[in-house]
Design a protein around this ligand. Structure first.
Ligand SMILES: Nc1ncnc2c1ncn2[C@@H]1O[C@H](COP(=O)(O)OP(=O)(O)O)[C@@H](O)[C@H]1O
Ligand SMILES: [Mg+2]
Length: 463
């Protein structure tokens, strides 16, 4: 009885679990209880113990829950900061002022181009939003009705790199426009610029000015009511061809399917096809990617094809020195496009810049994302390391995460060989991967897509 009362007395103290556990041990150790009393006591205590243990588990669960919530909060905050910083890179007001300024210049007849009238006279092109003003490049999104593609309303991207440009000073005639001599000089200067920047020769017989612009030069100077049409045309063309991105897109517009389409120009601005990186290439916590393996594999194939073409299509390799997901985009027809073509460098031009730098270490030969060797030829930009694999810089596990089980081992082996050709994980990669590895990678991705098409019985084209 004594024990029972002892028990009930103890039971009254249940709320404190620590006290209970120590008390539970204590009577047993002392051995001062009869067995049945002990059993009764033990059963009651077991119940208490279970409750306590349950509470302890609940506490642990709560701890994990709180830790998880803190982690989610931190990731969310970091993403918010990234978003705000990105937002700070441009302002709506400034962008509208930029367009106003361009249109005022057009109205003062200082600039011209095929889309000036749509932007400034009619409201066929309407400003939508800005992206960034990094390194002086303006990138604005706009809605374009009928002027970019006849009969359609589409999104377009207005771009212009606002760097210090050389001033074109040419001899003038009595009327104040560019003289015949001045036109010949302009022709030579433009041809040289195109050759020096891209090693490209404009076909003989082509009108150089029309070739590089969005308007037919002769039509423009004959039909225009402008006071100095030649001067205006030359200034507009000159401001465009000093921008490598425009020049590359203009010259290879028809030849390369992965260059976004150019719709037209106005002064130093050019209007290009809208091909955003989208959720798959640039997922965020607000726009997470729930893409399938097939969608990601198709994009990876597109990127590999671009890399291959840059390596072999031109008279010399072209290096893409700003490799990141957001510099590739997906067009309306789901094809992969290269967006930031002013980060493309012809091998000879890049080597010349590096040689002029007189290196003392390999680091001196790093050229944006391309990592070179001091006093050795080469230099590489690594798509596998920068986009495909899972590493710190590649947000969300890299593009080729979670492959199908049947190819996972082979694919991961290939990706390792491609990203770290010398088994040099953890160091800065300067060795280019063997061409063979790229081909094997291409093959394995292609096969996995074909297999999925066979299994699902259809080619699901959505990306
Ligand atoms: N044609 C385009 N279609 C859709 N988005 C684009 C296009 N061009 C650029 N962008 C977006 O704008 C961003 C900045 O443009 P980009 O040319 O890469 O400028 P920067 O040289 O400052 O990186 C790109 O990362 C991309 O997300
Ligand atoms: Mg970019």
């Amino acid at each position: 009885m004594q024990s029972r009362s002892h028990t009930s007395q103890k039971l009254r103290t249940v709320p404190n679990s620590e006290v209970l556990i120590s008390e539970h041990k204590y009577p047993g150790q002392r051995g001062g209880l009869t067995s049945d009393v002990y059993c009764t006591f033990g059963a009651e205590r077991l119940k208490d113990y279970e409750m306590t243990f349950g509470r302890w588990r609940l506490k642990r669960l709560l701890k994990y829950l709180v830790a998880g919530m803190i982690l989610i909060f931190c990731v969310y905050t970091i993403q918010m900061i990234v978003f705000v910083v990105k937002d700070l890179q441009c302002s709506e007001e400034e962008s509208k002022q930029l367009i106003d300024k361009l249109c005022q210049e057009y109205k003062r007849k200082e600039v011209a181009g095929s889309l000036c009238s749509s932007l400034c006279d009619s409201s066929n092109i309407l400003y939508h939003k800005c992206t960034n003003y990094k390194r002086g490049k303006r990138v604005l999104f706009a809605e374009c009705t009928n002027s970019c593609i006849n009969g359609s309303t589409i999104m377009t991207v207005l771009k212009s790199k606002n760097e210090k440009q050389d001033i074109l000073s040419l001899p003038k005639n009595k009327k104040g426009d560019i003289s015949e001599d001045g036109q010949r000089m302009a022709r030579t200067i433009f041809l040289d610029t195109v050759y020096n920047s891209m090693h490209y020769q404009i076909p003989a017989g082509a009108n150089v000015f029309s070739f590089l612009w969005s308007l037919d030069f002769n039509d423009f100077i004959h039909s225009s009511t402008w006071t100095y049409p030649i001067d205006v045309a030359f200034k507009s063309i000159w401001s465009l061809i000093q921008q490598d991105e425009y020049l590359f897109m203009k010259l290879y517009q028809k030849e390369l399917h992965y260059i976004p389409r150019l719709y037209g120009t106005c002064g130093p601005f050019y209007f290009m096809e809208f091909a955003p990186p989208g959720k798959i290439l640039n997922p965020t916590i607000f726009h997470p990617s729930r893409s399938s393996w097939k969608d990601r594999a198709k994009i990876a194939l597109g990127i590999l094809e671009i890399a291959q073409s840059l390596e072999t299509h031109f008279h010399e390799p072209v290096h893409f020195c700003d490799i990141k997901e957001e510099n590739f985009g997906i067009a309306e027809d789901k094809s992969v496009k290269i967006l930031d073509t002013d980060s493309l460098f012809f091998d000879e031009i890049m080597m010349k810049i590096l040689q002029d730098q007189k290196c003392t270490s390999h680091e001196d030969c790093d050229f944006f994302d391309c990592r070179g060797w001091c006093n050795k030829s080469g230099g590489k930009c690594n798509i596998c390391e920068d986009i495909f694999i899972n590493r710190a810089g590649n947000f969300y596990n890299g593009l080729l995460h979670d492959p199908p089980k049947d190819i996972a081992k082979d694919l991961n082996n290939l990706l390792e060989q491609c990203a770290y050709p010398n088994n040099n994980k953890g160091t800065i990669v300067r060795m280019p991967a063997a061409a063979e590895v790229h081909w094997k990678l291409y093959e394995i991705l292609q096969k996995s897509i074909i297999l999925l098409v066979i299994i699902t019985g259809r080619d699901n084209k959505e990306i």
